[in-house]
Design a protein around this ligand. Structure first.
Ligand code: PMP
Length: 456
């Protein structure tokens, strides 16, 4: 850039409308990152940070500054910069083949460019199937009260997190909420039994609505924005069974969990279920390109072929940037790295180390009520006392995240206005994290807890 950093900072403050913040007051304080390598970020003042939040929104699985991906994108842009959504292309074919190799039971890949768009596509598939095979009746989609599925109106209509939604209604009809499965806040003793009861709560909603009106259920296998919530293993298996009982499609939103984040290629694979539709985005190209996928079984694909069969001569659907060859080339290079460097295994291994570190902190800091998660997708829930599980005041979790930043560690935290909960810290470093870096995360977090709790 020709301009100096102060000029750019001024333009940022006066022109840029930041996501997740409320305008200029907030943007005055946001850092401007200017360089990244691996897990390290540098801001415009030269300060160095260890990023344990994968870009703040769980996006990079392979870390910053990967030349291999940049080269693949460059090469594809030079060979052919074309939008081949309705044509055949080399990178789309090669990525789909490789991706499906990690997803037994799944068969077809539809490309688009964001997590929201991938979920929208899944919803439209449900509607098309309802129209073709159920006289339009089985059109309703069930979602959970702490899950998030996107920023568009349909995906927001399918998201819980009441306060986030409150200014955007009226919502699309046909989306119905059911209660989440949050073990930590369950009132029930046995965890697996709790999973079964939570699934039964979903079934109750299906019966209330009438199974002949419900077409699908959408679930985050491990809830992200709602507070890093892994289910008991009985839960998703039971959800699958209930979906089969009432002929519902099971949609897994792997926008965050996908591509190794949780220590398996996909989050649902921890739970021994095969969904009908899987959506994914962030880790697909680790943020090097905007790309998302809606992946289906062959059965779903065939139903949609049949639904669309009488429309030869015009098409029903398209995503301009979903056909972007350079994005697909980035996705292929990203997947090659995850595979070659064994990052799924590393996610599981380093996740265990990080979790063990959190448990040690929990022995020393009483405000840690729960530590949980899988792989490198972990959360710490803060409470005023462990008996009542009363969430801490929002200022405490904010103060800990701010202290971490001061000590050169970037972490995430839930935000009440987005999730209803403001007391959960979250951790999702790039899957390339080393043992030494895990220890740095723990050490800096320990300092932040110490600083904040000292004065309490
Ligand atoms: N699903 C989940 C689980 C998400 O966390 C997000 C984004 N945070 C989305 C969908 C939407 O993805 P995008 O922002 O790329 O549209």
């Amino acid at each position: 850039f020709e301009q100096d950093i102060d000029t750019l900072r001024t333009w940022d403050r006066t022109h840029v409308w930041h996501h997740l913040t409320t305008g200029q007051a907030a943007s005055a304080g946001v850092p401007m990152f200017v360089r990244g390598e691996g897990l390290t970020l540098w801001d415009s003042d030269g300060k160095e940070y260890l990023d344990a939040s994968a870009g703040g929104v769980w996006v990079t699985n392979v870390g910053y500054g990967r030349k291999e991906i940049a080269d693949a994108v460059y090469q594809q842009l030079m060979d052919l910069n074309y939008f081949a959504g309705s044509m055949a292309s080399k990178p789309a074919a090669a990525f789909a083949e490789k991706l499906l190799g990690k997803m037994p039971g799944m068969s077809r890949v539809y490309y688009s460019s964001s997590g929201s768009e991938a979920n929208e596509k899944a919803f439209k598939m449900v509607r098309q199937i309802a129209h073709k095979f159920h006289d339009g009746k089985k059109h309703k989609i069930l979602y959970r009260d702490r899950d998030y599925h996107g920023t568009t109106l349909a995906t927001l209509s399918a998201s819980g997190q009441a306060e986030r939604r409150e200014q955007f209604g009226p919502f699309m009809p046909g989306f119905v909420e059911f209660p989440h499965c949050c073990e930590y806040r369950s009132q029930f003793g046995d965890v697996e039994d709790y999973g079964l009861r939570a699934a039964a709560a979903m079934e109750e909603v299906i019966l209330q609505e009438g199974p002949d009106t419900v077409g699908a259920v959408i679930i985050e296998p491990i809830t992200a924005g709602g507070g890093i919530i892994p289910p008991p293993s009985s839960y998703l298996r039971q959800v699958r069974e209930i979906c089969d009982r009432y002929d519902l499609l099971l949609i897994m939103d792997e926008v965050v969990c996908g591509l190794g984040r949780t220590g398996a290629w996909f989050g649902y694979q921890h739970y021994d279920v095969v969904p009908d539709i899987v959506t994914m985005a962030k880790g697909v190209a680790s943020g090097y390109a905007a790309i998302s996928c809606t992946v289906t079984t062959e059965r779903v694909y065939e139903m949609l072929q049949e639904a669309e069969g009488d429309t030869l001569g015009y098409f029903r659907d398209i995503s301009t940037f979903g056909g972007c060859l350079a994005s697909q080339a980035a996705a292929l290079a990203n997947l090659n790295i995850i595979e070659r460097e064994g990052l799924v295994k590393n996610s599981a291994r380093q996740g265990e180390r990080l979790l063990a570190g959190f448990r040690e902190l929990a022995d020393r800091y009483a405000l840690i009520g729960d530590v949980r998660g899988k792989g490198l997708f972990l959360g710490i829930e803060l409470v005023t006392d462990r008996q009542s599980k009363q969430p801490v005041d929002e200022r405490i979790s904010m103060a800990i995240a701010a202290k971490c930043k001061e000590h050169g560690l970037l972490i995430g935290r839930t935000n009440r206005s987005l999730t209803g909960f403001n007391n959960i810290l979250n951790f999702s470093p790039a899957l390339t994290i080393t043992e030494q870096q895990v220890d740095i995360v723990i050490e800096r977090l320990d300092r932040a807890f110490h600083d904040v709790t000292e004065g309490m």
